[in-house]
Design a protein around this ligand. Structure first.
Ligand code: FAD
Length: 108
């Protein structure tokens, strides 16, 4: 089986970075494709227990693909749910903190 930790770090990097660069005003095509990408994860993610948890969470907390800020926040909350389950620190899900980590880097 894959290395669940390395796979997780790589996947979060991809997802948070993609959300950080998602348009403020996405076209229908952007939205449809982002929804497909996210809905595919509970089916395809190669850590079955991770995929199962994500699928359950997505039922009660569906992805918000209406814009960059909403998507980044939604993803941050999903990641925090996993952090909490694993006993890791939670991340502060503000656009400022998310952009600093995943888009702009620290100022100065
Ligand atoms: P990671 O959690 O991988 O985080 C990487 C970096 O992201 C951190 O260093 C931090 O800078 C930043 N970060 C942290 N939290 C947030 C946040 N909320 N928002 C934005 N940025 C943040 N592992 C399991 O053992 N069981 C599971 O059920 C499980 N489910 C997963 C589900 C998904 C969809 C994914 C992508 C991964 C899952 N993982 C799971 C893996 C787990 O989340 C971690 O990736 C792995 O444990 C490595 O953790 P890490 O401490 O290196 O940092």
């Amino acid at each position: 089986p894959p290395d669940v930790e390395q796979l997780g770090r790589a996947t979060w990097t991809f997802l948070h970075t993609t959300a950080a660069y998602y348009p403020e005003k996405p076209t229908m095509q952007h939205r449809v494709n982002m929804l497909s990408l996210l809905r595919a994860l509970p089916v395809l993610y190669p850590c079955s227990n991770c995929a199962q948890h994500l699928g359950e969470n997505m039922k009660t907390h569906p992805p918000d693909v209406s814009g960059r800020a909403a998507l980044s926040k939604w993803l941050c909350e999903q990641h925090n749910e996993v952090n909490e389950r694993l006993g890791k620190d939670k991340f502060e899900c503000t656009v400022e903190k998310l952009d600093e980590r995943w888009k702009d880097g620290p100022s100065d």
